[in-house]
Design a protein. Structure first.
Length: 139
C-alpha cells in the first residue's frame, strides 16, 4: 500500500472566505500515484474548515449569512473565549459547524465524487497562513 502526504498553505486576505481546493487535491492525488484508496483532507487550524459541497456563489453567500447568524463576530464581548485577548471565538464555532475534514474515495485514479461535489477550504479567521493536510493511502 502507498501512503502520500502533502501540505497545502493558504493565506486569505479577508477574515472569512471559501476557496475551492479541488484542483490542489487532484494534483496531490496525481503526485501520489494511487489508483484505488482514500483521500483525507483536513484543516490543520482550529478556525478553518474543509467541507464538500457545490461551487456556487449564491450558496457560499448563504453560508456566510447563515454562519454569521449562528455565531456573529460582534459584539466580541459576548464570548468567554474572547476574554483571553482573542477576537475569534465566532471562528471556532463556525469551524465546528462546517467541519474539520473530508474523506473522498479514489477510484481508477480519480476522486470519486457525486454530482457537483467539490472540496472547499473555509476560512473564519484569516489574514495569516494556515495549512491543510492531504493524506492519500491506497494501491
Amino acid at each position: 500500500m502507498k501512503s502520500y502526504r502533502k501540505e497545502l498553505w493558504f493565506n486569505l486576505p479577508t477574515r472569512r472566505g471559501f476557496l475551492n481546493i479541488t484542483p490542489d487535491v487532484r494534483d496531490a492525488l496525481h503526485e501520489s500515484g494511487v489508483e484505488e484508496g482514500l483521500c483525507l483532507v483536513n484543516a490543520m487550524h482550529i478556525t478553518a474548515s474543509v467541507f464538500i459541497n457545490d461551487d456556487e456563489t449564491g450558496l457560499h453567500t448563504d453560508y456566510e449569512k447563515w454562519l454569521e447568524a449562528l455565531a456573529p463576530h460582534e459584539p466580541i464581548g459576548q464570548y468567554q473565549h474572547n476574554r483571553t485577548g482573542e477576537d475569534n471565538a465566532d471562528a471556532h464555532l463556525k469551524r465546528q459547524v462546517m467541519g474539520r475534514e473530508v474523506v473522498v474515495a479514489i477510484t481508477k485514479g480519480r476522486l470519486d465524487f457525486g454530482p457537483w461535489e467539490q472540496i472547499f477550504y473555509g476560512e473564519f479567521d484569516g489574514r495569516r497562513s494556515k495549512r491543510v493536510l492531504v493524506k492519500i493511502i491506497g494501491e
